[in-house]
Design a protein around this ligand. Structure first.
Ligand code: DP6
Length: 341
């Protein structure tokens, strides 16, 4: 049995402004495009990993995990064990693990819970296994769990460089992004927090394999990313917002072109996007982005976020039963606390 080692890590969710959608390498999770995100203060996951502790049976034993106190089973548990196998192999240890994770992010509702989840798991598992990894290596490791998790290792604005192999595919802070990220906010419009019908993993695979709209989006994507980087360097929120909204709408169009089509957006999502566009016409900085779920996230300025939130809420709430909204700001990168060994 390996030595009893335990560690806890916290990672924050991130919202991609310029998206990752499609893999060049399924096994290593090398993306077709680079992506750029904002890590959020208010949404995070804290995970404790213990190898070979009480309840684990050592080599040949079974990993156990809980999420908010409930046991993780099925495909979700297989993904955790596959990830822990990468850590065990790298550290040369064999014990089964106990994983306990607490989430402030509604799971599987397109609020990026796999990003904070696998980044926290990477930080905790690596430390518990005795691996001493720098942020770049942690980002590469988190990527193996879920691509978007590579970005949650970093606070504020982060870019995941697509790269071409395991060594070159990692996230890092966006140059010049630190002070600008403090001026940003994201209003999250939670339209539906039920689990999504099709996983982002499956949906992006289907898009790459069958959608005639995918390659044109990849071609536009390079321009969106260049615009976003230039906007960040210049502190130009409007230019960042325009690239953000165009990139997200384009990504969703690629999915609708897949066979059979994937459409995460509901009538409520479409109404929300139109209301965001109306907010812009009314003078707010406001640009919509959506991920693998119906919820709409609105990029805005920290200064105007509360006013925009009220404006959007007032217009959407009457026709959107159960609407919840949340104002979020730039948050920190991964933190790891090493436990007793
Ligand atoms: C739409 O990172 O969840 O949120 O790598 O297969 O685990 P896997 O996918 P995941 O996909 C996220 C897709 C997205 C866009 C983004 O976050 O860039």
């Amino acid at each position: 049995m390996s030595p009893h080692r335990k560690a806890t890590a916290t990672a924050h969710a991130n919202i991609a402004l310029i998206k990752y959608w499609g893999k060049a390498d399924e096994a290593l999770i090398i993306p077709r495009t680079s992506s750029l995100s904002l890590t959020l203060d208010e949404l995070y996951t804290t995970t404790t990993v213990e190898f070979g502790g009480e309840g684990a049976e050592g080599a040949g034993g079974t990993d156990h995990a809980t999420l908010d106190g409930a046991p993780v089973t099925g495909r979700a548990m297989e993904r955790i064990t596959a990830f822990l196998d990468i850590v065990r192999e790298r550290a040369g240890i064999r014990g089964a693990a106990q994983v306990a994770s607490v989430n402030t992010v509604p799971t599987a509702a397109g609020l990026a819970s796999s990003a904070s989840g696998f980044a926290a798991l990477a930080g905790a598992a690596a430390a518990a296994a005795g691996l001493d990894l720098d942020d770049r290596d942690l980002s590469r490791l988190a990527r193996r769990g879920s691509g978007s998790a590579s970005r949650s290792v970093f606070g504020g604005l982060a870019v995941w460089n697509a790269g071409t192999d395991d060594a070159t595919s990692y996230a890092e802070p966006v140059a010049g992004g630190q002070s600008f990220s403090d001026r940003l906010a994201i209003v999250v419009l939670v339209l539906d927090d039920g689990p999504k019908g099709i996983s982002s993993r499956e949906a992006m695979r289907r898009t790459v394999d069958t959608s005639p709209d995918y390659e044109p989006w990849v071609a536009h994507h390079a321009r969106h990313l260049a615009d976003a980087r230039a906007a960040i360097a210049d502190g130009d929120l409007e230019r960042l917002g325009e690239a953000t909204e165009a990139n997200a709408l384009g990504m969703h169009a690629t999915m609708r072109g897949a066979v059979p089509p994937v459409d995460y957006l509901t009538a409520a999502s479409r109404a929300a996007v139109q209301t965001v566009q109306a907010a812009r016409d009314a003078g707010f900085p406001a640009w919509a982005t959506m991920d693998a779920g119906p919820n709409v996230k609105v990029l805005t300025s920290a200064e105007q976020a509360e006013a925009l939130n009220s404006w959007l809420y007032d217009r959407l709430a009457p026709a959107t039963p159960g609407l919840r909204t949340l104002v979020t700001h730039a948050g920190p990168g991964l933190t790891v606390e090493k436990g007793q060994s």
